[in-house]
Design a protein around this ligand. Structure first.
Ligand code: GDP
Ligand code: MG
Length: 588
């Protein structure tokens, strides 16, 4: 089809508002997938999907009962204990619930649709749904000209929806509001329309009522996509610029890159060049997703597709990077690229020292798929051999994955963020490993990363959520009612206080009704100290942690009274010889 008949769009929705169900219906209505083949396909592809980590992106984490089934005692005891060492940090009692759609489709899918006797090509591009993926979301949006804003008509606008709509507006996307679940008796489309208009300032006079489940409103949505979303710019003669919005590692073909051609064209066999990672490859295969990979000869500006080029790691083809031709390079790369840098670090040690090689293999595999994951060996005489790992923020998910998918039992040390230490010699060093923190005599001050969080909540839980934020050293910024019943609360608080169980707490305190979104805003000086732990007079460096001065007393209290017996018991099982002394010291 000509470029004027292409529409590239994505779906913005809060988790559970019906994104997957609607995507399924769009694929069915356009005949892209048949209902009968869907289930089988889904089953066939499940392991593959696992392997590629797509599940992670589709997963909603829900707080669940504490995990007590681990064979290793230590994992159980150390987990909850370390939470309290740092006042807030990791919680191991997370289980993930996979939210699978009926249909199997990847990061994008092409649909054919007839409108007024003309064929159109609609490309649906997926956006990850987790708060830690806002950069990936922004790159998916940048690959589109429009977005469906799906809001559950029985609920309303949520924090994550808001954040993503703002991203879409920044990218100049045409937004089509869709009110889903109108079949529900509790649906109040008019109230939700007012909410969208008031909160986002979006014109909802042409909002589409729909029930993805019952198949109501689907044709109206498809027509609106054609009529209201602008076609891509026709720029097929410019030098190639294609935006990468997703990639995954395939053990047989290397990295599969998903991209939107913004300018120019790309052909099988082309020598391509990745502008940010500075790597070049020959494109072995170029194709479209319909929804399965289907090879084509060439893709033009405006089209969405995939390529493989025997790329060995996703680090070479990062989300947000620009693909151009090696021999005819674009002058400038596409805007918006950011290097994925780990935000949270922790030590991972196998409970059973024999599992060290398996842990290394598992981390190497994860890294093939995750450009942000970093790790290096760490050893300690008490804990044995392990790794210091850096994650984007999905700490609990990644650890859960390592344990579940690779069958490992792990000891996880208290997570740490990246601190900035101003030293007496006027140098500033970054430190993500508390055991490497410069001595008190050498440092003048420590700065920690701070995030701005926005919580949206029904008014009944305002008090409890403010207490939570206050508890985590949050600084109150603003509160406003967005409707009669729902409020937006903004706080600034240290990232270290957020990386653990904050999200968990938010959900349980609000019975699941509150939602949140956060952005990194900068570094701030803080009164931080280092806690060291010694067992039998021997320092156990990986257990060192950096905490705020005010939290220290709490920790001592906790360790000495509540967990004494358990702690000794569990340490006993890793450290040879009995425990004679256990000592925590803080350097003020
Ligand atoms: P996602 O998290 O946004 O992908 O949401 P899903 O598509 O997985 O839907 C979440 C839940 O809402 C599922 O149990 C769906 O069956 C249900 N659901 C989705 N659309 C509708 C709808 O139009 N009406 C009703 N009653 N339920 C729906
Ligand atoms: Mg879903």
């Amino acid at each position: 089809v000509p470029v004027s008949n292409i529409r590239n769009f994505c779906i913005i929705a809060h988790i559970d508002h019906g994104k997957s169900t609607l995507a399924d219906k769009l694929l069915q209505m356009t005949g892209t997938v048949q209902k009968r083949e869907m289930k089988e396909q889904f089953l066939d592809n499940m392991d593959l999907e696992r392997e590629r980590g797509i599940t992670i992106k589709l997963q909603a984490s829900i707080p669940c009962q504490a995990r007590r089934t681990e064979p290793a005692l230590i994992a159980n005891l150390m987990g909850p204990l370390l939470v309290h060492f740092c006042g807030s940090l990791i919680s191991l009692n997370f289980l993930s619930k996979s939210v699978f759609s009926e249909t199997q489709w990847d990061a994008a899918s092409r649909m054919r649709y007839m409108f007024e006797n003309e064929p159109y090509c609609l490309n649906l591009i997926d956006t990850p749904g987790h708060v830690d993926f806002s950069y990936e979301v922004s790159r998916s949006l940048a690959a589109c000209e429009g977005a469906l804003l799906v809001v559950d008509a029985s609920q309303g606008v949520e924090a994550q929806t808001l954040a993503n709509v703002y991203l879409a507006l920044e990218n100049n996307l045409e937004i089509i509001p869709v009110l889903n679940k109108i079949d529900l008796p509790g649906a109040e489309p008019d109230r939700v329309i007012r909410e969208i208009e008031e909160v986002i300032g979006l014109d909802c006079s042409k909002a589409i009522p729909c029930s993805a489940k019952e198949g109501i409103g689907i044709t109206e949505i498809l027509n609106a996509i054609v009529e209201r979303i602008p076609p891509p710019r026709d720029a097929a003669t410019s030098p190639l610029r294609a935006l990468i919005f997703d990639s995954y590692y395939d053990p047989y073909r290397g990295v599969i890159v998903y991209f939107r051609v913004i300018d120019g064209r790309i052909k099988k066999g082309d020598r391509i060049y990745f502008m940010a990672s500075n790597k070049d490859y020959f494109a072995d295969e170029v194709g479209v997703l319909s929804p399965n990979q289907l090879q084509v000869n060439e893709l033009y500006a405006g089209e969405v597709g995939y390529l493989s080029a025997s790329i060995r790691s996703v680090a070479d083809a990062r989300v947000g990077d620009t693909i151009t031709h090696y021999d005819r390079k674009a002058e400038r790369s596409l805007p918006g690229y950011e290097e994925a840098t780990p935000m949270v670090f922790c030590g991972l040690f196998p409970v059973d020292a024999d599992q060290f090689p398996e842990l290394r293999d598992a981390l190497e595999k994860l890294q093939l798929n995750d450009a942000a994951l970093k790790f290096e060996p760490e050893t300690s005489s008490a804990m044995g051999f392990g790794f210091r790992c850096g994650f984007l923020g999905l700490l609990h998910m990644e650890i859960e994955r390592l344990e579940r998918e690779y069958n490992l039992s792990l000891i996880t040390t208290a997570p740490s963020v990246v601190y900035r230490v101003n030293c007496v010699d006027n140098e500033t060093v970054e430190c993500s490993n508390p055991s490497l923190l410069p001595e008190p005599g050498q440092r003048r001050s420590i700065e920690e990363p701070v995030v701005k969080i926005e919580m949206l909540t029904p008014k009944d839980y305002i008090g409890s959520l403010m207490e939570l934020a206050q508890d985590r050293r949050g600084e109150f910024k603003e509160m406003k009612y967005i409707t009669e019943n729902r409020a937006s609360i903004i706080y600034e608080l240290p990232l270290a206080e957020m990386v653990g169980d904050f999200f968990d707490q938010l959900k349980s305190r609000s019975k699941g009704y509150a939602s949140m979104e956060y952005t990194f805003i900068g570094y701030k000086e803080s009164e931080l100290i280092k806690l060291d732990i010694q067992i039998n007079g021997e320092p156990v460096e990986p257990l060192s942690t950096i905490v705020h001065r005010d939290k220290v007393r709490l920790i001592f209290h906790y360790v000495l009274t509540l967990r004494r017996n358990n702690l000794f018991l569990c340490l006993n099982s890793v450290i040879l010889g009995g425990i004679l002394s256990f000592e925590i010291s803080a350097n003020f």
